[in-house]
Design a protein. Structure first.
Lengths: 220, 246
């Protein structure tokens, strides 16, 4: 399955999965006893995931950083409430709740629309770089345009669909893990995911960003 | 020639989305694969959706602008998670228990005073039966059995002034026994109640004037004490909570 690729445990590899899980459990238990360094080790393990989730849900770097910090603080304060299971799902759930709170507060204050935030910040927050020297300028430009279109499309999705798409396609969680994070059942997740993907497909189709072989003659 | 954009119903969209993720049962998978072989529109929709998912998965993760590790010096000011059950929390819990206790005692005392034939209930019953005196006077003048009015009270009860009155009498007669229990109302009731309510009994013929002059002995007000304790506990909890937050 897709791996986000930053500070993430290699849970896909069965051989290493157990040792990673054991190490995670040891860190959690140690942090529950008040060892801040153990908790910081957990933070380092998941801060990339948490920040990316917040960034994709909130749409701008500053809000995402604040939300991620709040999520880890909240996780530390409520560490006693963690009763086992997947620490990753637990901390992502906390981050999701923090983002929902931030979105509600933003809606109340009407400071800036999510679309506007997404239009202005991605290049500053996540500057795309040439993936490798073999990538031509045209390919780089197309990749950049595709990323912009996806970010704009994500911002247009209802937040429940956006969350599921981000967790599944960007974070690589299984349906069961998404159910843990969101509290929704698997049937609801399937439904939200398919509708969110279909909307994004429409965005890419409108921007003629789908591969040529999938385009219809009427669109070319 | 122009092909139409594939428009699927929600069910088919859900099926091909789950098929991309490998989340279909074996039977559903066989069915969707059979349809993909035969239905061009479905196949095109599947290819588009798969390309969309691939584009999402290829999206590069964003690098966090900083680390989110917690500063041990700042966190040390807070209590570590394992020892967060502090005095404030204990005081809050104790306050809740005390409040429940106060409510329970208050309820029991009200029920006890109603159910044990306390002075309040006697006048309510005696009054409609043409008792010789108002409630307050009855309590004090009941020990004078030679009055002719006192005979009228049982007579009126016998006339069928309602089933309530005999019950009240029965209740009042048993009051001395009940009064021996600790929950029953104050002692003045114990002394005067038999005199009021038993005009046909020996007690009525032998009043005890000494009881009238005995000042009522007030027991310590437990409810008041507990209320004060609740207020003190709540105030302590709030103070500790504010100090911790500040």
């Amino acid at each position: 399955m897709f791996n986000v690729g930053y500070n993430t445990p290699a849970l896909d590899h069965t051989a290493g999965a157990n040792s990673v899980a054991n190490e995670e459990l040891r860190l959690v238990e140690s942090a529950q006893r008040g060892d801040i360094e153990s908790f910081n080790a957990l933070v380092r393990l998941y801060e990339g995931r948490v920040y990316n989730l917040c960034y994709r849900l909130l749409g701008d770097a500053d809000s995402a950083a604040d939300a991620a910090q709040d999520a880890f603080l909240s996780a530390y304060r409520h560490l006693r409430a963690f009763r086992g299971g997947s620490f990753r799902s637990w901390v992502l759930r906390i981050a999701t709740n923090v983002c929902y709170d931030a979105l509600r507060a933003r809606q109340r204050r009407s400071i800036v629309s999510l679309d506007a935030a997404v239009e202005t910040t991605p290049e500053e927050a996540a500057p795309l770089q040439l993936a490798n020297t073999a990538e031509s300028p045209d390919e780089f430009a197309l990749r950049r345009e595709l990323a912009r279109a996806i970010e704009a499309g994500l911002a247009q999705l209802p937040v429940d669909q956006r969350l599921v798409v981000v967790l599944c396609d960007l974070q690589g969680l299984t349906y069961e893990e998404i159910a843990e994070v969101t509290g929704a059942n698997v049937g609801t997740i399937k439904s939200r995911l398919s509708r969110g993907r279909a909307r994004l497909r429409d965005v890419l189709r409108q921007g003629e960003l789908l591969p040529l072989r999938f385009r219809h003659k009427g669109e070319e | 020639m122009t092909t139409q954009l594939p428009q699927l119903n929600d069910r088919d969209l859900e099926l091909i989305s789950a098929y991309i993720d490998g989340q279909l049962s074996a039977e559903e998978r066989r069915e969707i694969e059979r349809r993909l072989d035969n239905e061009a529109n479905l196949r095109l929709a599947y290819e588009e959706l798969r390309a969309t998912v691939q584009a999402l998965r290829d999206l590069e993760p964003v690098r966090p602008p900083r680390s989110f590790t917690l500063d041990p010096a700042k966190v040390a000011l807070q209590r570590p998670p394992a020892t967060r059950l502090g005095w404030g929390r204990l005081l809050q819990v104790a306050g809740v228990f005390a409040a429940v206790l106060v409510a329970a005692i208050g309820t029991l005392s009200v029920i006890g005073s109603l159910g044990s034939g306390a002075p309040a209930s006697a006048p309510m019953v005696v009054a409609p039966t043409n008792a010789p005196a108002p409630p307050l006077e009855l309590r004090e003048s009941a020990p004078t059995p030679e009055r002719s009015d006192t005979a009228a009270a049982p007579a009126a009860l016998d006339d069928g002034s309602g089933p309530v009155a005999p019950q009240a009498y029965a209740t009042v007669i048993t009051t001395p026994e009940v009064a021996a229990l600790p929950e029953v109302a104050p002692q003045p009731t114990i002394v005067t109640t038999p005199a009021i309510s038993s005009p046909g009994t020996v007690d009525l013929a032998q009043p005890k004037p000494a009881a009238e002059s005995t000042p009522p002995v007030t027991p310590p007000d437990l409810t008041l004490l507990l209320t004060l304790a609740v207020v003190a506990l709540a105030a302590g909890g709030v103070l500790l909570w504010r100090r911790r937050k500040g």
